[in-house]
Design a protein around this ligand. Structure first.
Ligand code: NAP
Length: 281
C-alpha cells in the first residue's frame, strides 16, 4: 500500500512555488500578494491563518493579515474588500470562514473580485470550473486532485465515488474528476447504499465529517482512497476512513492527519500565484 505523504507532497509543491515566485520577481519586479481577513478570536481560525501566513512568507509571497474583532460591522468588511479589490499589490483575497452570524457569508464571498478569489468560492469561479474554463479551484479539492494525479497520472475512464456534496469539497472535487474523464458518482446523506457505490470505485474521496465511516469491506482492492475528514474523537483526530483496516485493501491511502490537510495551504499559495500570473497577462 502506498501511504500518501501529504506533508512531503506539500513541501515539494512549496519548493516549486518558491522557485516560481523568484522567477516572477525577476520578470515583473514584484511578487504576488495574499491578504487574509480574519474576524473574531476562534482558535482554529487563528491557527489556520497563522499557518497560511507562515507558508506564504516561506515561498516569498507578500502576505498580510487584517484582523477584526468579532463584533465588526459587515459594511466595514465589505468596504475593506472593495479597497483590496482595487489594490494592485493584492493578487489574492481570502476571508477566513466561518464568519460571525451577523455577517452574510455569501455577500462577503461575492464582494471579492473573482480574479482575486483564491478560495474559488465566488459563483463566477464555481461556474467557470463546472464549464471547464480557467478559474481558482477550492484549495482542499485541488490538493486532493494533485495527490491522486501523483499516484495515477491517467484517470481517464476510472470510476470515482465522491462521498459528500459540499460546495467546499464534494462539488468542486467532482468537477476536477470529471475534467479528467472519470465516471463520477456523487453521494450524500440520502444515498441508499453507500457501501455498494464505494465497492464500484477505483477512486474514493471521502469528505463527510463522520469518523471512520468508510470501512475495509467498502473498498475495492487497489482503489485509491483520499480522506478529507478531520474528526475530533476520544482517540484523537481521525478521518472519515477506517485507516487501519482500509490500508490493508487500498492501493494508496491518505493518513489523517498528514494527508490532505497540508496540501490545502500549499494550494492556497498556488492559487495566489495563478491569480497574479493571470493579472499580468
Ligand atoms: P459538510 O459541508 O458538512 O458536508 C458533508 C457532506 O457529507 C454532505 O454533503 C452530507 O450530505 C454528506 N454526508 C453526511 N452524512 C453522510 C452519510 N452518512 N453518508 C454519505 N454522505 C453523508 O462538510 P465539508 O465542509 O465538506 O467537510 C467534510 C469533512 O472534511 C469535515 O470533517 C471537515 O472537517 C473536513 N475538512 C477538511 C479539510 C482539509 O483541509 N483536510 C478542509 C475542509 C474540510 P447532505 O448534503 O445530504 O447533507
Amino acid at each position: 500500500m502506498i501511504l500518501i505523504d501529504g506533508k512531503k507532497e506539500a513541501a515539494e509543491l512549496r519548493e516549486t512555488l518558491k522557485y516560481e515566485v523568484s522567477e516572477l520577481k525577476e520578470k515583473f519586479n514584484k511578487v504576488p500578494g495574499l491578504t487574509v481577513i480574519l474576524i473574531g478570536e476562534m482558535a482554529p481560525s487563528q491557527i489556520y491563518v497563522r499557518n497560511k501566513e507562515k507558508s506564504a512568507n516561506e515561498v516569498g509571497l507578500k502576505s498580510e493579515v487584517i484582523r477584526y474583532p468579532e463584533a465588526i460591522e459587515e459594511k466595514i468588511v465589505l468596504e475593506k474588500i472593495k479597497e483590496l479589490n482595487n489594490d494592485e499589490n493584492v493578487s489574492g483575497i481570502l476571508v477566513q470562514l466561518p464568519l460571525p452570524k451577523h455577517i452574510d457569508k455569501q455577500k462577503v464571498i461575492e464582494a471579492i473580485l473573482p480574479e482575486k478569489d483564491v478560495d474559488g468560492f465566488h459563483p463566477m469561479n464555481v461556474g467557470n470550473l463546472s464549464s471547464g474554463y480557467e478559474s481558482s479551484v477550492p484549495c482542499t479539492p485541488l490538493g486532493c486532485y494533485l495527490l491522486i494525479k501523483k499516484i495515477e497520472p491517467n484517470l481517464s475512464g476510472k470510476k470515482a465515488v465522491m462521498i459528500g456534496r459540499s460546495n467546499l469539497n464534494g462539488k468542486p472535487m467532482t468537477q476536477l474528476l470529471l475534467k479528467e474523464n472519470c465516471t463520477v458518482t456523487i453521494t450524500h446523506s440520502k444515498t441508499k447504499d453507500l457501501k455498494a457505490e464505494c465497492l464500484e470505485a477505483d477512486i474514493i474521496v471521502a469528505a463527510v465529517g463522520i469518523p471512520e465511516l468508510v470501512k475495509a469491506d467498502w473498498v475495492k482492492k487497489d482503489a485509491i482512497v483520499i480522506d478529507v475528514g478531520i474528526n475530533k474523537t476520544e482517540k484523537g483526530i481521525v478521518g472519515d476512513v477506517d485507516f487501519k483496516e482500509v490500508s490493508k485493501i487500498a492501493k494508496a491511502l491518505t493518513p489523517v492527519p498528514g494527508g490532505v490537510g497540508p496540501m490545502t495551504i500549499a494550494c492556497l499559495l498556488k492559487n495566489t500565484i495563478e491569480c497574479f500570473k493571470r493579472s499580468q497577462r
